[in-house]
Design a protein around this ligand. Sequence first.
Ligand SMILES: [Zn+2]
Length: 153
Amino acid sequence: MTAATHEDFINLAIELARAKVAEGGLPYGAVVVLDGKVIGDSSKRNPTLPAYLDHAELVAIMNACAALKAPKLPNGCILYSNCESCDLCSSAAKWVGITEAHFAINTDDAKDIGHHDDMFIDRPAKLNLNHHPRPDHKTEMKDWYDKNWRPAT
Ligand SMILES: [Zn+2]
């Protein structure tokens, strides 16, 4: 038996996307792989997950964390999806410890077929961020970081 390749896991993500479409869902699928084994995929979704969080990559990441009973994933986990991850999913992948992703359709290809992330990419300008600094505004965060955060060495 030969080891699975990146193409094999991308094909699995594509199969999950096709299955989702067959159920009436959106055309996205993803898997998280560790040491050549799928540890989470997008097939089992929490029905209470709101649409804005119901992204294949997020679901696969959450299922991988649930399978390992861990809030973060160990080094070496790889994210595979049928389409390049949006900013939300890319950020979640980074937060959870994933450093490598592979996909079949990039954002330019997706635009060509009607998918547009532009509204999300432009969001910071539309969000109207307002900064209100105060003399003690960092106290709670600084206390927590001083007690809990250990930078990687
Ligand atoms: Zn996403």
